[in-house]
Design a protein. Structure first.
Length: 551
């Protein structure tokens, strides 16, 4: 692409481009996204897939023999999907010479183990840096420009403002997706992450000559049109920066947003979003399947540049949605304890929830977070990072959670987006402090009060952060609950009806080959003689419940 064309693209991304998710145009046989009520689901071979996943460590799949040794572990955890990188330097070892053996080997191993794959394109950016670019890019810094800091010092980060950087990436990514389309006949690969955690470090934005030229240019009409259209719902971060300069609809970046650190982060976010949208389009042109971007979260005390500036963070969603209409979703990588607080921010009508990296694998709250993500947020999937080193993987709470989620996945999928399912987990704060307040919500005409502290077990023996679950209304006055360390009480949702609510029947059980096999009847101590439903704290379980009203 010529420099002029790139600048035109940057400044004038078509106003007519649809901002809606491109769902309808997808060939039915390729993995695609589909709406169900308020949810968006990943459809593979005609059926929705609930990703019970795990992301591999960065280098595990770079050596297929090394990866091969981990399959017993991955299978024991009960994953149905692995999230695994393909590296630019392996796929294109020399300029224009492709080697797809690493990709093919990964797919063959996954297929042999009956597991799906989400591919991570480790191309231009991996955690901000450009460490996976091939040698021909790394050495030829005159053609493939580096980003620069505010003193003009080059960084080992490819500039998103250099058209040559984009063109080289588009060529290889297009070739990769084209090869995938012909090779992966069984749709083992179900989704692709475009790059990994883009973001500027250690300064707020790129100050390379190309970036400086873009900064002096006009704010694209696409962006100001989006801001105008969504004025009432803009994130306060963007809203306030725009309002401070009088909500201008035309002008240079300085004129429209000012020159504050926030304004410069907005500029850089637009640069990344437009680049990644063009890259996504090239990939989809070769093989149209769901593609997303992921983000490293910011901690409260950090400024842009201290955290990877300008990634698809909630405070910048407006910019990314405006600049990246072909990107299907923004996904969070979360290593903080306040999982629920962050996950809630990623669920929006224009953004389905998918979590490719959740917590450090050793934490016990991963299982409860999976239930919350899939049950409360109608998530597409959940995946802890470096899954192959999950400690005590056979007995880890995540393995136990996946055992139960595998059984109930068809029912969870059937109920996503319909208002018939709720998920819960005791939230942790950023500092790791647990909030034990019970949650209350209405479901199926009843008010449910859910406690994540088990009143029948000594508190100091409970790992409350690991507790959580979900409940589904399966019929009139009938529910299915699954989880661990949860007590649920029912009352009539109709105010002042005078009715009280009792438990008609409560049975624990499991699904074997998709069929419900009931076990113990729990009318006694296990339900407080019919006062509540209790999912014991030791392990995840499933119970079916019928309730009734009386006066
Ligand atoms: C987030 C990145 O996306 C991963 O690839 C990995 O580098 C982890 N951080 C390391 O904790």
């Amino acid at each position: 692409m010529t420099r002029k064309r790139w600048i035109n693209l940057f400044t004038a991304l078509s106003l007519t481009a649809s901002l809606a998710m491109p769902l309808s145009a997808v060939a039915q046989d390729a993995p695609h996204l589909k709406k169900q009520g308020t949810a968006t689901q990943l459809i593979v071979d005609g059926k929705p897939l609930l990703i019970l996943g795990g992301e591999l460590g960065n280098s595990t799949a770079s050596d297929l023999k090394y990866l091969d040794g981990y399959w017993p572990t991955l299978k024991a955890i009960g994953l149905n999907t692995i999230i695994a990188p393909v590296e630019w330097d392996q796929i294109e070892p020399k300029e224009g010479i492709y080697d797809f053996a690493p990709l093919e080997g990964l797919i063959k191993q996954a297929e042999a183990n009956n597991v799906k794959v989400v591919l991570l394109w480790f191309g231009a950016w991996k955690n901000s840096m450009s460490s996976y670019a091939p040698p021909y890019i790394k050495h030829n810094y005159k053609t493939y420009s580096r980003a620069q800091d505010d003193k003009g010092v080059p960084l080992d980060i490819l500039s998103p403002y250099d058209p040559d950087n984009l063109t080289a990436n588009q060529r290889v990514f297009g070739a990769l997706m084209g090869h995938l389309k012909t090779f992966d006949k069984n749709h083992t690969v179900v989704m692709v992450q475009v790059e990994n955690e883009p973001g500027m470090l250690p300064v707020v934005r790129d100050y390379s000559p190309q970036a400086q030229a873009a900064y002096k240019g006009q704010v694209p009409k696409t962006l100001t049109a989006y801001l105008q259209k969504h004025k009432a719902s803009l994130h306060p971060y963007v809203r306030d920066v725009w309002a401070a300069k009088g909500n201008k609809t035309a002008g240079t970046w300085s004129e429209v947003f000012g020159d504050s650190i926030e304004a410069q982060e907005i500029f850089q976010a637009w640069g990344y979003a437009v680049y990644l949208n063009e890259l996504t389009k090239s990939g989809k042109a070769a093989y149209d399947m769901p593609m997303y971007v992921n983000v490293a979260l910011n901690s409260p005390e950090q400024k842009p540049g201290e955290y990877p500036s300008a990634g698809p963070l909630p405070h910048l969603f407006d910019i990314w949605k405006a600049g990246g209409p072909d990107i299907d979703l923004m996904a969070m990588d979360i290593y903080y304890p306040n999982y629920l607080e962050w996950a809630d921010k990623f669920k929006r009508p224009d953004n389905p929830v998918f979590v490719p990296e959740a917590n450090r694998a050793g934490k016990t709250d991963a299982g409860g977070n999976a239930f919350y993500t899939l049950g409360e947020l109608d998530g597409i999937g959940f995946a802890p990072f470096h899954i192959e080193t999950l400690p005590d993987h056979e007995t880890h709470p995540l393995t136990d959670a996946y055992r139960v989620l595998t059984q109930i996945a068809p029912i969870v999928l059937a109920n996503q987006g319909k208002g018939t399912m709720r998920g819960f987990k005791a939230p942790l704060s950023y500092e790791g402090v647990l909030d034990e307040t019970p949650r209350t919500f209405d479901l199926g005409g009843y008010t449910l009060t859910v406690s994540m502290v088990d009143s029948r077990t000594p508190k100091d023996t409970q790992d409350i952060a690991a507790h959580g679950g979900l409940i589904i209304q399966t019929g009139k006055d009938e529910f299915l609950a699954a989880g661990r360390g949860v007590i649920i009480r029912f009352s009539d949702a109709a105010q002042n009806s005078g009715y009280r609510v009792g438990l008609e029947q409560i049975v624990e059980g499991e699904f074997i080959d998709g069929q419900w096999v009931g076990g113990r009847w729990l009318n006694g101590d296990e339900s407080g003689q019919g006062r509540y439903l209790r999912l014991p704290p030791e392990k995840f379980g499933i119970q079916k419940l019928k309730v009734y009203r009386y006066k």
